[in-house]
Write a protein that binds this ligand. Structure first.
Ligand SMILES: Nc1ncnc2c1ncn2[C@@H]1O[C@H](COP(=O)(O)OP(=O)(O)OP(=O)(O)O)[C@@H](O)[C@H]1O
Length: 596
């Protein structure tokens, strides 16, 4: 059941205010956006030469039938969509730079992106930490969070996990997260969807108050009822990517009537606007209406009211320094990891289960010269277990997490650098713990030599290999959907395993396969593991039979084409892969922030 929403009239808005009440105007001119269809290489125009201006202090509603281009327009104005976009975005007639537009414009998308392991209140608190100046003390930050909880009607579910709240509550929470930073321009994509009419009215009323205090607030709104419509100062109506009305709400019906589109007295003007926007594009009245709107667009001359600086004030993008961002990110990620223990526990349990099965199958093979090939298989199984548990947990979780990161980063919560550092710091202990559990069990029960040098060198190879797998998982998770990442990880691992040097040793490899062996990170990990166990002048193995060819380990190392002194090179190659993949993850996240 929807809980009662706080009365916006009673909200002490002053404390949420910091913007200058000086008026400004956000305008856009000749904005077009087209998409390229990959299958037939044709283009479709989604937004067609749109212009308009939104004044501070007014609540603007963007309306239009489904598919008219409302969300696309917000994506373009927010800078979330950049490619194939033409046109200009201006504040007070001055072009906005990308950096400045990010600073002053916040965008709340239709899909909410929340951290499911944090409670509603914690989500707002972390947002306050990221977005409010560090000079504001904790007491004030908490007071703001409480105000917002009240404003958005979330007090009753303040302690509920964000992953468990209703759709409407999640929507309100995501608006609250952006409201905290007090942006000068707020673009809200369907802020009332998922709310009942009373709650929708109250949210709009609140948003209107925020606008009245000197902001531009633009909401995509589907079908406002007549009461909600009274709250909207200006309407911008779209039909198939073209503007059919832009101006005060109260004048829309008169404008339509001038073109023979008379709104019946009993009709809600918003419903009628949708009817008009849904008319056949060949309808003569609609054509004339559009021509009239577009005539205005071409005559449009943005007024030069004030310089841009009066709106922007400061160009600092983030409220916190990188170090401060890192600290908050670490706290948040640690809280989430400690609560979302299912994935971690599953990873540890799977490692233990595979370790026990492997130990039973290869019990005591470690010092037996007759079973040296079986023992070598233990080493490769060890690597596969680390690979699959690391990569699968990354690809399952990361697409969702990276989507939240992209949204928060685009809305200036923190920098990629801080996020990336925090991610690495948090991932490492998980990796060390889960990999160690596996290799210690297997190492002990398969009777590998109990020498610190060998344990250390073997552990180092396992960890470096685990880190490569983890980075590969993050890379796939940041580029692809969960489904595709799983398929692609299998596609990578099968050939990488084939060319590990175990199934096809270097000496038997054909000219075609040889280059693959040189680049396969599995081969370097396998080779490093073999050296850790059998290298470093290990004495001869036990031989339970009359004769064991591989009793002398030099013979075995020659047989598997592994020169004795190669451990250092193996580490170097693994380190190279780590650097490469870490760079690739960083670039892929950067690309995602920059792309649409
Ligand atoms: N990347 C894209 N590739 C192909 N078509 C696209 C792309 N982005 C948007 N479109 C198309 O552009 C049109 C406008 O989409 P948009 O999401 O802006 O509509 P909308 O008015 O917000 O609709 P709704 O109210 O249903 O959310 C739709 O027909 C959509 O299919």
């Amino acid at each position: 059941m929807m809980e009662p929403i706080g009365n916006p009239d009673s909200i002490p808005l002053e404390s949420l205010e910091s913007v200058s009440p000086r008026a400004f105007e956000l305008s856009f001119q000749n904005v077009s956006y087209c998409v390229k269809h990959k299958h037939d290489r044709t283009h479709s125009a989604i937004l067609k030469n749109l212009s308009g201006s939104f004044r501070s202090g007014r609540l603007v509603g963007i309306m239009g039938p489904s598919g008219a281009g409302k969300s696309t327009l917000l994506n373009v104005l927010s800078g979330f969509k950049k490619s194939n976009v033409t046109g200009q975005l201006m504040v007070d007639g001055q072009r906005l730079s990308e950096r400045r537009s990010r600073k002053i414009i916040s965008y709340t998308q239709q899909e909410v992106c929340l951290w499911p392991a944090l409670t509603v209140e914690e989500s707002l608190r972390y947002a306050a930490e990221f977005k409010l100046s560090p000079t504001i003390d904790q007491h004030q930050k908490r007071a703001r969070v409480r105000e917002l909880l009240h404003v958005l009607g979330l007090t009753g579910c303040a302690d509920t996990l964000a992953g468990s709240v209703s759709g409407g509550q999640a929507k309100r929470l995501s608006i609250g997260l952006e409201l905290l930073s007090d942006p000068k321009v707020m673009l809200l994509d369907e802020p009332t969807s998922g709310l009942d009419t009373v709650a929708a009215y109250q949210v709009l009323a609140h948003v209107k108050q925020l606008a009245a205090r000197g902001r531009v607030i633009v909401c995509v709104i589907h079908q406002p009822n007549s009461q909600q419509l009274l709250l909207i100062d200006d309407l911008y109506v779209l039909a198939k990517g073209r503007r059919i009305y832009s101006g005060p709400t109260g004048e829309m019906v008169t404008q339509f009537a001038r073109f023979g589109l008379d709104c019946p007295v009993s009709h809600n003007p918003a419903d009628y606007a949708l009817e008009v926007a849904s008319l056949d594009q060949e309808d003569d009245r609609l054509k004339r209406l559009m021509m009239e709107e577009e005539k205005d667009i071409f005559d449009y001359n943005p007024p030069r009211l004030m310089v841009e600086k009066s709106v922007d004030g400061s160009y600092q993008r983030y409220a916190l320094s990188t170090l401060q961002q890192l600290r908050v990110l670490l706290r948040r990620t640690t809280s989430c990891t400690m609560r979302e223990t299912y994935q971690f526990k599953a990873r540890i349990l799977i490692n233990i289960a595979i370790a026990i099965i492997t130990s039973v199958a290869f019990y005591n093979t470690g010092n037996n010269a007759d079973r040296i090939l079986a023992n070598t298989a233990v080493l490769i199984i060890n690597l596969y277990a680390i690979f699959f548990t690391s990569i699968v947990s990354a690809v399952l979780v990361y697409p969702r997490e990276s989507a939240c990161f992209v949204l928060e980063s685009k809305n200036n919560w923190y920098s990629l650098r801080a996020y990336y550092l925090a991610k690495i710091v948090v991932e490492l202990p998980t990796l060390i713990l889960s990999s160690s559990v596996f290799f210690l069990i297997v190492y002990y029960f398969t009777a590998q030599p109990f020498e610190w040098l060998r344990i250390g060198t073997f552990a180092l190879v396992c960890l470096m290999f685990g880190w490569i797998s983890q980075m590969l998982g993050l890379l796939l998770g940041s580029l692809l959907s969960v489904q595709n990442s799983v398929f692609v990880s299998i596609l990578i691992m099968v050939p990488a395993s084939l060319f590990s040097g175990f199934f096809v040793p270097l000496r038997d490899a054909s000219v075609l396969v040889r280059p693959l062996l040189y680049v396969s990170f599995v081969r370097y990990a396998f080779e490093g593991a073999v050296h850790a166990i059998y290298g470093f002048d290990r004495p001869d193995l036990d031989c339970p039979e009359v004769f064991c060819y591989f009793r002398q380990l030099k013979r075995f190392l020659q047989f598997v084409s592994m020169p004795d002194l190669a451990y250092g090179y193996d580490l170097l190659a693994l380190a190279g892969w780590i650097v490469l993949l870490m760079g690739a993850v960083y670039l892929s996240l950067r690309r995602r922030i920059k792309q649409d």
